[in-house]
Design a protein around this ligand. Structure first.
Ligand SMILES: [Zn+2]
Length: 611
């Protein structure tokens, strides 16, 4: 109680100083000006300089709202998910209401790999994987044990290091250094992202209130089960089509496709898990209710709110931001008796005809409704009156190509068949370890590193039949360490995927670094090896055969586009077409809040655009 009172006094004092010094500076500015000067003098500039120098005492709240995997192209669609959305007819009207009050960067990108853990960290630390060392999702290989097995470690701030080997500093750390009495929070629909930020507990995370589905304060209700494609907000749930899966019947069956048949598709094990284990995959509605309750009780000043439903559904039942991808289903879908026969019920993806567009759009509509509830709730509590709010996504997502030709992207199987790596058998020591999912993979050689260049050339010469176009193509880019260092035109920036500290200074003693990185093209999916299903945070046995687990996903170049909009009190609004990166948002947030990050950042400060 005494502490609370102290904190209250502390803030009042700050506010008083703030107002006093503000008035003093304005008086000084005005006093020094003649009327003649007004013509040459920008009032906005004067205010900016006053506000800028005043940052030290001006504790505006800082709120990040991250909608995992949301593609900004959804913002162009109308209520039916078709091109040409307009005022009163948007697929995501609540997001549009927020965009109107913000500066929206339409050409924003994350960094490769375009995946979750590293990009939430990138916005909070102003980094790419080259300044954090986090390159995988959920877990990553960090070394080799005496049996030649890869040591796979949960992704964690405990081993996140910058290019100089320093622990990665986040905005949470910086915030707590500046305002030790002020509360910070992170709430996440992806529990393992929360655990990554928590670290191993030996170093402070800077996060006072860290909330995940399984680990939350008692006053919050537990998450409830809910369908992804037919959420409670879906008004035509009884009529609209459901996507399906291959299941165990139909088509050829072999050991390599059993797992795919069981796991992939709406109604499959993956969707079932996501809908059944609500604790591990809480829907956005739970994150919103919980966030509002926490704000009411604990009044945090800095918050990172991670809404995961868009990503969960993108993996399980697909994505629908590109209307040109969808074609009429054959045979046509027959809605149940008494339902309206809407033409949009007939649309399926040309990449995977099992995916109905309408099932996907219902997810996106729900995400928008929940976002609207979040903003309205925060508004009601007065939180947004004095808050810098950053809306973002960490990457986007695409539908994966459906093919029964399993060998088309089985990079490990292809290298084994060509004799470039040995087939280790069940108990044999692996000379190469593959960690892959969705549209990217990282390959580590334990020995015989001289084979890496042969492997790269072989994989680049590989051709697979694209079932969507009917032609053969190379399904991926393959980057070796020199590509990671020097960059690859149209693919990655110089150094974006190369960690100079871990590779060159530490010599991979703490964390090993990939020898090859594979980035899929055109929606191809790279199978999961060793039972790792990163984005799902669950583990199948390591002896599981490789399989393709997702209907949609991300990781490669085509999923770099992100949502990025910044709203600050009395700040500029509108559209900005300058290309920006996710690290810029973190560096900008630091500048707006007067925070200093202690590890290497690569972002640019965009605050001049805003004031
Ligand atoms: Zn993500």
């Amino acid at each position: 109680m005494a502490k609370d009172n102290l904190r209250g006094n502390h803030i009042t004092t700050n506010k008083q100083i703030c107002r006093r010094s503000f008035l003093k500076k304005v008086t000084a500015l005005l006093g020094g000006l003649t009327f003649m000067d007004w013509g040459l003098f920008s009032i906005k500039g004067a205010l900016a300089s006053v506000l800028g120098t005043n940052k030290g005492n001006n504790q505006e709240k800082l709120i990040f709202i991250a909608i995992d995997a949301l593609h900004p192209k959804y913002f162009e669609l109308d209520a039916r998910g078709l091109p040409g959305g307009s005022e009163g007819n948007w697929l995501m009207p609540n997001i549009h209401a927020f965009l109107k009050k913000s500066l929206w960067y339409r050409n924003a990108k994350s960094y490769l790999p375009a995946a979750t853990d590293m990009n939430h960290l990138n916005v909070l630390a102003g980094t790419s994987s080259a300044q954090s060392g986090i390159i995988s999702v959920w877990a990553q290989p960090t070394g080799w044990d005496e049996n030649g097995e890869a040591i796979v470690t949960r992704t964690s701030m405990s081993f996140a290091r910058d290019d100089k080997g320093r622990p990665v500093d986040t905005l949470f750390h910086a915030w707590k250094r500046r305002w030790p009495e002020s509360k910070t929070m992170l709430i996440t629909g992806k529990e393992w992202v929360g655990e990554m930020f928590r670290g191993n507990g030996s170093d402070s995370s800077g996060i006072d209130i860290l909330v995940t589905g399984p680990n939350h304060p008692d006053y919050l209700k537990p998450p409830l089960k809910e369908s992804l494609a037919d959420p409670h907000t879906d008004i035509d749930a009884a009529c609209d089509p459901e996507s399906t899966r291959l299941g165990l019947f139909g088509g050829s069956m072999n050991p390599n496709n059993v797992m795919t048949r069981l796991y992939t598709g709406q109604g499959s094990l993956l969707t079932w898990q996501m809908e059944h284990f609500a604790n591990h995959f809480p829907h956005d509605s739970w994150i919103v209710d919980s966030t509002l309750e926490i704000f009411k009780r604990d009044k945090p000043d800095m918050a990172y709110i991670l809404l995961a439903q868009c990503d969960d559904a993108g993996h399980a039942i697909g994505c629908a931001w590109d209307p040109s991808e969808f074609i009429n289903v054959n045979p046509p879908y027959k809605p149940p008796e008494g339902c309206e026969k809407k033409p949009e019920y007939q649309l399926v993806s040309s990449r995977n005809k099992l995916l109905f567009k309408e099932a996907i759009l219902d997810v996106i509509r729900d995400i928008d409704i929940q976002f609207g509830r979040l903003i309205a709730g925060l508004q009601r509590q007065g939180v947004l009156d004095k808050a810098n709010v950053i809306l973002l996504s960490d990457h986007s997502a695409v539908n994966h190509l459906y093919t029964e030709d399993f060998s088309s992207t089985d990079c490990v199987g292809l290298l084994e068949s060509a004799g470039i790596i040995e087939k280790p058998g069940l108990l044999g020591k692996k000379e190469m370890y593959a960690f892959s999912v969705s549209s990217y993979g990282v390959l580590y050689w334990r020995k015989n590193k001289e084979k890496v260049s042969e492997a790269k050339a072989f994989l680049l010469a590989h051709r697979a039949l694209n079932p969507q176009t009917g032609s053969k193509e190379c399904p991926w880019w393959v980057l070796d360490r020199s590509d990671m260092k020097n960059g690859l035109e149209e693919v990655c920036l110089p150094g974006e995927l190369y960690h100079t500290y871990y590779v060159d200074a530490d010599k991979e003693q703490t964390v090993i670094w990939p020898d090859l990185i594979i980035l899929a093209k055109n929606g191809w999916q790279i199978p999961v090896y060793n039972g790792q299903i990163p984005n799902v945070g669950i583990k199948a046995p390591t002896w599981s055969p490789p399989w393709r687990v997702y209907n949609g996903g991300h990781g490669s170049v085509d999923t770099l586009p992100i949502v990025a909009a910044v709203s600050i009190p009395a700040g500029k609004t509108g559209l900005h077409d300058r290309p920006i990166r996710i690290a810029d948002l973190g560096v900008t947030a630091a500048a707006l809040s007067g925070l200093k990050l202690k590890s290497t950042t690569i972002g640019s400060d965009l605050s001049k655009d805003l004031i």
